[in-house]
Structure formats: C-alpha cells, structure tokens
Design a protein around this ligand. Structure first.
Ligand code: F6P
Length: 572
C-alpha cells in the first residue's frame, strides 16, 4: 500500500464509504429539507449545487480532512507564489499571474513576471486594435477579413473554445479559423475559402517545434508565397505566438510580429497569455481583459476561501469521492449552451493531460485511481444520444450540468424549455423511479397485468446517480473566465491529493518519438523489418499500396529544409 492509501484520512474514507454506498439520495433529501442550502454555494458569478452527490455531512468532513492532510492550502500558495510546483520540469506555474491585472509583483525564479506580462498585453493591444479597425493592411492594401490560428492542443483548444463561446461579443467583420490537424484536409478545406490578400495567419506554438503545427505553418506559407510571389509580404500576413523566439525567427517571421509568452505558462493553461491573440481579435481587448478578470475573481476565491466554502476544492473532492471511494471512474460534462459546445473538448485536455499520471511525487507507481476518463457534449443533444446509459447503464457516471440563466437568443421561449430539461435531468438521475411508481403509472395507462410484469423491470430507474449543477446569469467574458479557472483549480486540487504533477505531460513523448523514427522509413520503397511484426506489416502495407512514392514526399514541400531544421532540435 502507498503512503496515501495508508494515511489516516484515506483510511477513514475507506471505512466510511461502504455505509455510504447503501444510502439513497432520495432518502437524504427526504430527511434533510435544508440539503440544497447545506450543499450549494456562490463563487463570483458561478453558482454550484452539489447536493445531488452521494454524500453526507460526515463524508464532506472526511474529505476536507483528506484535503488538509494532503496540505492543499500549502500547495495552493506554492503555485500562486511561483514556487517550481511543476517539479519534473523545474518550473513555476503562473497562469494565475496572467489574469492578475494589478501591479502586485509575482516572482518566478526571483524575477517579477508582471512587467513582461504588461508589455506583451500592450503589444497585443496595439496589434489587435489595428487588425480590428481595418488599419492592419495586407500586401495589396486590403484590411484583414480572415484570421487562421495554426496550433494544436493548448495552442488550439483553449482559444477555439473561447472564440466559439463568446460569439455574441465577436466582430462579424473578421472570421476566425482554427487549423490543428496534421491531416492536410483541414488546412486544404480552410484555404479554399480564403484570399491571400486579406488573410492573417497566427502560428501558435509554445515550443515552436510541434510537428503538426510546423507542417501546417509551412503549408500555409507555401500557399501564400506561391500566390503572392513575394516573400517580403510574409511580414504582413504571418505572426507568431511562442516562447521559442529563436525558432520563430528561423521560420522567417518578422521579430516585430512575435508575441512572447514564458515557460511558466503550461500549454493547456495558455489561453490567458498571447496564445489568446485569436480571442482578442475576435472579441477585442476589452472583452479579453474581462475574461482575465473573471479568471482572477475565481483565483482570489480559490486562494482565500476556507476549504469548506471553496468551490474548486469542493468540486475536486466530489471527483475524488467518486473516483477513489465509490469506484466510479468516468466523468461527464454536459453544457446546456450552444456556445459551450467545445467546452468538453477543452476540459478533456485540461483534465486528462494534467492528471492522467500514475507516478507520484516520490517517483513511485500509485495504487489508486488518478485522472478520470473525461468526456461530454451539449446536454440537450446528449439526451437523445447517450443519456440512456447515464440513466440505466451498469456504470454510474457523475455529471456536471452547466447552464446560463439567460440566453442571448431566447427565441420563442426556447430557453425556459431548455432550463426545464436541465432541472429535470439532474432530478431524474438522483431520484430514479421505483418499481411501485412504475407499476402505478402502468396501471393508470390501463396496461394488462401480464404486460406490466414483463415491462416493469425495463421501466425502473435506480437513480442515486451524482450530478453537480453549475449555473450563471449569462455566458459573458467575465463569467467564462471564472468558469475556466474553476475547472483549472479543481484539477489542481485533485493532482495535489493524488500526489502527482498536474503540469507536465511526459506521456505524449513516446508516440511523438516513434512517429519521427517511422517518418524516415516512409521516404523510400524498401520494406521495413526493424519493428514488431504488426508495425512492420502495417508500414509495408502502406508502402505497397500508397499512391505517392516515398521520394516524392520530400519534393511536395519547398520549405522541408526549414521544417526539418526546427524539428531536429526537438528530437536530437
Ligand atoms: O503534445 C502535447 C502538447 O505538448 C500539449 O501539452 C500542448 O498544448 C500541445 O502539445 C501543443 O504544444 P505547442 O504549443 O508547443 O505547439
């Protein structure tokens, strides 16, 4: 057993939960009229009702004791004050500093990071205002109508989700596109719509070595240069966001067009940095600042509220309860909001890349579950697709239900009906429907006894399935900022309790390395024999039946040399 699972707080929960599993939330609500008041809270613009989770006062006390035992408050302070909490990469984790617009210094390696943040924000503002006001002109004197963000992972999912979520605040004069896929089809389809005269490309990559992004960037540049026939024009149409200024310059982007960020900003936590440039172009700097302020509001709450009244802590503990003590491994996010349709994708990276780890701080393999399987969709669409499993499947899945009280498009009463579905689903999952209730319903329908007997078990709902309900007045930049920060901190709390590093991502390296090796094997027609028989077989099948010969792959792209040079650095 590990130190954590042997610890008193963990053991106390192990002892408590078998009894808990025998309870039904229906009874917990029946015996406590105040359950909603007891287990709900407001933090900034966000309201959370967690009363529909399978837990009691005693469970909560034990969970808070676990958080205290694992020194969540101390770790939280270490993150906010720039200690190298990303201990495998020896880095501070200071995305919170990006959204603290005050002059209060924040140190990373004894250096105040605030002046650099301010300088980049000012540079972003000058650029963004020009683009939005039609003053940043393309090579032929036309204003920008289309912006293509080329990035992947944190350099794509965060900005794309926010741009989508804040559509009601966006300029309709400029269209935003996001290209992440190495499959050339995404870039090809995007470029078909665009004119080189009025398109701006943002190459977003923290490392500026990520192959997917580099390929797409090179392809975009090839497309542009082949049309305008003058490489000088690149500076009016290509900008970059990165921590790797040297690689950006080698790629050929004008140093004036580089927006910097820093190694203490993790990729999946970077939308608050210059990686948010596409957000700024879409909604303007004022709204971007409001997004930052919303994030900061949640930071202040998280940093100062006692654990018992701390929303990210409570949400983290609900996850721990289910994942480690109730044996429920997945977690679903169900946003009842069209503008949040990319939120589950974003949360997937945030949660699974942060906490999908099995090695603890001491370098030992853990003997408990860590990061859950995270998935989700728009709630109302899911009701007609996968909710069957949520209600009657063999595996209970805790769900976060998310909704805004007011819609920006309340056409013909849609919103109250959407709200009623939101309320109904969490109640149905909690209450279920007993045999007696089903029987009564079927008798009222006038069904014959034989049919009642046959159908009854199929129409019973066990209920007792846990949900959080998250509500806010409207989905504006401030609220969205607070919502994102809420989930970031929830993931942090869980990582602390599981004693893992939520801020590295070594797990993505092996696949990258192998792809690089195999890539060279595809350049000729010789069969390979150096891998396992499956990999050899697949590679050779591809070589035998593909339409393009290996040696032609090189000549497809006249910028191959630059690309190789940049990528060599990563793999050497
Ligand atoms: O491969 C995973 C990852 O490193 C993510 O953590 C990151 O968000 C993404 O790739 C993109 O990285 P970069 O911004 O350096 O191109």
């Amino acid at each position: 057993m590990s130190q954590l699972t042997e610890s008193p707080a963990w053991q106390a929960l192990e002892k408590h939960t078998p009894q808990l599993k025998k309870l039904h939330m229906r009874d917990l609500f029946a015996t406590n009229a105040e359950r909603f008041e007891d287990f709900s809270l407001q933090a900034g613009p966000i309201f959370l009702d967690y009363s529909k989770n399978l837990m009691t006062e005693e469970t909560m006390a034990l969970l808070f004791a676990l958080a205290r035992q694992e020194r969540v408050e101390e770790h939280r302070e270490a993150m906010f004050t720039g200690e190298p909490v990303n201990f495998t990469e020896h880095r501070s984790v200071l995305h919170t500093a990006l959204r603290d617009l005050s002059d209060e210094p924040v140190l990373s390696s004894h250096k105040n990071v605030k002046p650099d943040i301010k300088a980049v924000l000012a540079k972003m503002k000058a650029f963004v205002d020009k683009v939005r006001h039609g003053q940043w002109l393309g090579y032929s004197g036309k204003p920008i109508t289309d912006v293509v963000n080329i990035g992947i992972g944190g350099s794509d999912l965060g900005p794309k989700m926010v741009v989508n979520a804040l559509k009601p605040f966006a300029s309709r004069k400029i269209k935003l596109h996001f290209v992440s896929n190495l499959d050339g089809s995404q870039m090809a389809e995007t470029l078909k719509e665009l004119s080189p005269e009025s398109t701006l490309f943002i190459i977003s990559s923290k490392s500026f070595t990520t192959p997917e992004t580099m390929f797409n960037a090179v392809t975009a540049r090839g497309w542009f240069v082949s049309r305008v026939k003058n490489r000088e024009f690149i500076k009016k149409h290509f900008v970059a966001v990165s921590t790797n200024l040297e690689a950006v310059e080698r790629f050929g982007i004008d140093p004036h067009n580089i927006f910097e960020f820093w190694e203490w900003v993790g990729g999946r936590y970077s939308l608050w940095s210059a990686i948010g440039l596409s957000i700024c172009i879409a909604v303007g700097m004022r709204h971007f600042r409001e997004l930052l302020e919303g994030g900061h509001k949640m930071d202040v709450h998280f940093r100062t509220a006692p654990l018992e009244e701390n929303m990210p802590v409570i949400m983290g503990l609900m996850g721990i309860l289910h994942n480690n003590f109730l044996g429920v491994y997945p977690q679903a996010f169900l946003a009842y909001d069209h503008y949040l349709n990319l939120f589950p994708d974003y949360l997937q990276q945030l949660d699974m890349e942060s906490n999908g780890k099995h090695i603890n701080r001491d370098g030992e393999s853990v003997d408990y579950n860590t990061g859950p399987i995270v998935w989700g969709d728009q709630g109302i669409n899911g009701q007609h697709a996968f909710y069957q499993l949520l209600h009657q499947g063999t595996q209970p899945i805790p769900c976060d239900f998310i909704i805004a009280l007011d819609s920006y498009n309340p056409a013909c009463g849609h919103h109250p009906v959407l709200m009623s579905n939101f309320f109904a689903q969490t109640r149905a999952l909690m209450m279920g429907k007993t045999e007696a209730e089903v029987r009564m319903e079927m008798e009222q329908e006038g069904l014959p006894e034989e049919e009642i007997k046959a159908l009854l078990p199929h129409r019973v709902f066990e209920g007792n399935r846990s949900t959080n309900s998250i509500m806010f007045k409207e989905l504006n930049p401030f609220t969205l900022g607070a919502l994102i920060a809420l989930y970031e901190h929830k993931v942090f709390v869980q990582g602390v309790i599981w004693r893992i590093n939520s801020f590295d991502q070594w797990g993505v390296q092996l696949g990258k390395q192998l792809a690089k090796e195999i890539q060279y094997d595809l350049l000729d027609e010789q069969p390979v024999a150096k891998y396992d028989s499956s990999t050899n077989g697949l590679v050779n099948y591809y070589k035998r039946y593909r339409n393009i010969e290996g040696n032609k792959l090189l000549s497809c792209n006249n910028d191959w040399g630059v690309l190789q040079e940049i990528m060599e650095k990563e793999f050497k």
